[in-house]
Design a protein around this ligand. Structure first.
Ligand code: AMP
Ligand code: ZN
Length: 104
């Protein structure tokens, strides 16, 4: 499968991770839409959040989202999962956008 986020997760592009855990990785969006714009990405491939049905993956993903929000923002942030091309999804590997106007 030719999935850019699978390649990032596997380290193929040498992308620097802001943080990571067993289930997910976090890295800066290449085209930031806010002062803080970090993507939090499950290691295992699913196409979008509605396919993410493993309790372990969901917990691991949300633990990393909370860590990113706590460490990288002032505590005020937006959390967005674009799902489907009509709704703005352009990379079809599940990811959360963490966006904030204020870094920590
Ligand atoms: P979405 O439009 O919700 O699917 O979000 C995909 C996001 O991935 C966009 O905000 C892109 O800027 C970002 N993106 C695409 N390629 C890369 C990359 N190589 N490294 C970091 N972010 C990327
Ligand atoms: Zn993938």
């Amino acid at each position: 499968m030719d999935c850019i986020f699978c390649k990032i997760v596997s380290g193929e592009f040498g992308t620097e991770f802001v943080t990571q855990n067993e289930h997910a990785v976090a890295f800066k969006d290449i085209n930031p839409q806010a002062k803080v714009h970090i993507l939090v990405v499950p290691r295992d491939h699913t196409s979008n959040v509605s396919e993410l049905d493993s309790a372990d993956s969901l917990l691991g993903l949300f633990e990393l989202i909370r860590e990113v929000a706590k460490e990288q923002t002032d505590g005020q942030f937006r959390l967005q999962f674009n799902t489907g091309s009509r709704e703005g999804q352009s990379v079809f590997h599940t990811h959360a956008h963490v966006l904030s106007a204020q870094s920590n």
